[in-house]
Design a protein around this ligand. Sequence first.
Ligand code: FAD
Length: 336
Amino acid sequence: MIQTDIAIIGAGPVGLFAVFEAGLLKMRCHLIDVLPQIGGQLSEIYPKKPIYDIPGFPTVLAQELIDNLEEQIKPFKPTYTLGERVDGLEKRGDGDFLLTTNMGTQIEAKVVVIAGGLGCFEPRKPVIKDLAEFENGKGVNYMILEPEDYRGKRMVLAGGGDSALDWTIHLAEIAEKVTLIHRSEQFRGAPDSVSKVMELAESGKIDLILNSNLTEVSGNGKLNKVEVSNSKTKETSTIDTDYLIPLFGLSPKLGPIADWGLNIDRNAIEVNTDDYSTNIPGIYAIGDINTYKNKLKLILCGFHEAALMSHSAFQYMNPGIKYTMKYTTVQGVKEF
Ligand SMILES: Cc1cc2nc3c(=O)[nH]c(=O)nc-3n(C[C@H](O)[C@H](O)[C@H](O)COP(=O)(O)OP(=O)(O)OC[C@H]3O[C@@H](n4cnc5c(N)ncnc54)[C@H](O)[C@@H]3O)c2cc1C
């Protein structure tokens, strides 16, 4: 069981900066994100895009901003659970919350901060009967968290974007056999990656099946066969495999957050702008996930919300104790 002062759901820029603001007030944070890496939309959607509206940075690349935030919060020693979605949030008493992830990890916290952005990035799934039967450790995965898990295994990857191409190249060296299936002859990924995949196919290091769609999965408790159909010739073929990894991209969904008894307005959590608290005392919502009059979905606004939230969370955790605000230049950033 993980224990912390503040559980932060979402390790996007706003969740990360909340660690800094809470840290200045000596509150420890644990961050949970369904993605395998920190950075939220910036790392997942636009890592190489320049951002021009961060104070003090005339321009900064999205991933660079995330790397800087990670560095900035290091003195406060945040802990992380990555690649897991918070499914359950239970208030057991004042200052006593229990969070449970889809993988069964439990986190006890005094305060909960939802910095969930646009919600969970859910994988886009192919429409195939019985696919769900092989999810959750039975052969069908939508993300590659640890490539070494696939050493010596047979794998079918599907997709035509950077993710499918990059993993095909990387796993060609690790897996026993990699088959890449794509519905067309054109790839959406970087030309250099496309060339490498073609070379791997020509040299027989991987199998490349183009103009084809996944049509069937089967196995006995664990996946062992995938069927594909050629969209031009209509011919079908069966591939023996241990894993199927459809890499069709991610789309955001509010997900389990909608079921926690919070006041929701059009897929966002209503908050009090005094301190970004929600209708449940002890639960705050900051960043893109919240809504209020004149809300702007900007990183800058999320940072401001993180500062006000932290001071309110301190009061919630320490009723009656007066905190006198000091500038960081006065007190410095002291490590825990
Ligand atoms: C293409 C593009 C360009 C942009 N350019 C700019 C710009 O130039 N300047 C600017 O200020 N803003 C820009 N934005 C907006 C900016 O990216 C967002 O305002 C910012 O990402 C919000 O940060 P956040 O931390 O609130 O949420 P996010 O970055 O969305 O992070 C939220 C995280 O929460 C996680 N999560 C959600 N629910 C759960 C759950 N139940 N369990 C576990 N994890 C969960 C998600 O996986 C995600 O990683 C841009 C957005 C896009 C799409």
